[in-house]
Ligand binder design. Structure first.
Ligand SMILES: [Zn+2]
Length: 375
């Protein structure tokens, strides 16, 4: 195809150029007006149908757009029009159906109709044309006035509203539930300050328990107090080496841990920079809260499994929905717990806990929480 030599600029007539442009415009003329703020299919169809009224006779469609002050006066909102009068005129001028675009600055285009004297005046919508001033004016020179209904389902106002709707709910992935796992006493035997792989012994069934929780959709997150760091019993580098070894061993067995959070502090530590009261040492909730923020976790639908009252307390303080107690070699896990800390359930170990939580059960609204003290 070859583009018409008429440029976009030539299709836009400022008021002072209007008479000159009209002089070369083939008749008959059909004229319409509007804001045409964000052009949509409804507009394009409407303008096409308007142009068809005179197309067979080789006529021209003239579109008068509201100037910005005149558009604002229509009360479509303080921020409308979104596009300036010149921008709107350029978009209209790009349409094949449109022969000329001009402007009007008044509430109605009556004055402009009188100046242009179109053969047909067209208005978009279900108007009773008989009642309009525009109709009386155009009939003075034998012109017609016609209403063309808009195609349903298109409106700039609805479009703008849709664009501005917040999309957070649509695009944000749902928060994941997590299984927060204490390390020493839950994943491995608590042999006091474990810091070498040679001393790291998995609790019976721990890996299988983690796998079941993972398969049930829990993000696995380890939260562990490591006061041995504050006490100078091992270094951060040794701790990290052990952690990496643990993660790679688990990964080889199909278990992916999403995060490991540790507290290196203790108020009575011997390493000066770590000897402090912090907000991450359980029973404080800091480790869990760090994980929730970093990993995007649904804390209320998450669980924690620990072997000490401090684990359960940390879970409660962080808002974790359910906190389960398991037994370990640590004396703290074996002693009678105070009345303050009540776990959601009590199991022999992580595997027993995971098995119960992930077992397929018929829905029973009266079913109580699992609470199976070990034999
Ligand atoms: Zn800490």
């Amino acid at each position: 195809m070859t583009l018409n030599r008429m440029t976009l600029d030539a299709k836009i007539a400022l008021p002072q150029d209007l008479a000159e442009r009209l002089a070369t415009l083939p008749r008959p003329w059909v004229m319409t007006n509007g804001v045409f703020d964000v052009l949509h299919r409804g507009h394009v169809s409407y303008l096409h149908r308007a142009a068809e009224l005179v197309a067979s006779e080789g006529g021209s469609l003239i579109v008068a757009v509201n100037t910005d002050p005149s558009a604002r006066g229509l009360g479509k909102g303080p921020d409308r029009p979104l596009n300036t009068e010149l921008d709107r005129a350029y978009v209209l001028a790009g349409l094949e159906s449109v022969a000329l675009v001009t402007f009007f600055d008044t509430h109605t285009p009556v004055e402009l109709i009188q100046a242009i004297r179109p053969d047909i005046y067209v208005k978009g919508g279900d108007y009773d044309m008989e009642t309009l001033e525009e109709t009386r004016v155009v009939r003075r020179w034998g012109g017609q006035s016609i209403a063309l209904p808009f195609v349903d389902g298109f409106s700039t106002t609805a479009l703008v509203k849709r664009i501005r709707q917040p999309v957070f709910k649509a695009v944000s992935p749902p928060l994941r539930k997590a299984a927060f796992l204490d390390r020493d006493g839950v994943i491995n035997q608590d042999k006091a300050y474990v810091h070498r792989w040679e001393d790291f012994v998995f609790m019976p069934g721990a890996v299988e328990g983690m796998r079941r929780l993972q398969e049930a959709g829990y993000a696995l997150v380890i939260v562990t107090n490591q006061s041995g760091l504050a006490r100078g019993l091992y270094t951060e580098a040794e701790y990290q080496t052990l952690t990496q070894r643990l993660l790679s061993e688990l990964e080889q067995q199909g278990v992916k841990v999403e995060g490991v959070y540790h507290c290196p502090h203790h108020p009575k530590g011997s390493v000066p920079e770590l000897a402090l009261a912090c907000d991450c040492r359980k029973p404080a909730p800091g480790l869990i809260l760090q994980a929730v923020a970093a990993l995007g976790l649904d804390v209320a639908n998450s669980i924690l499994v620990g072997d000490k009252p401090s684990d359960i307390e940390a879970a409660r303080a962080a808002g974790v929905g359910k906190a389960y107690r398991v037994d370990s070699d640590n004396p703290e896990s074996r002693t009678e717990w105070g009345g303050e800390v009540v776990p959601t359930g009590h199991f022999a170990n992580l595997l027993a806990c995971a098995t119960e939580l992930t077992a397929a059960r018929p829905t029973d609204p009266l079913a109580s929480e699992p609470s199976n003290p070990p034999a």
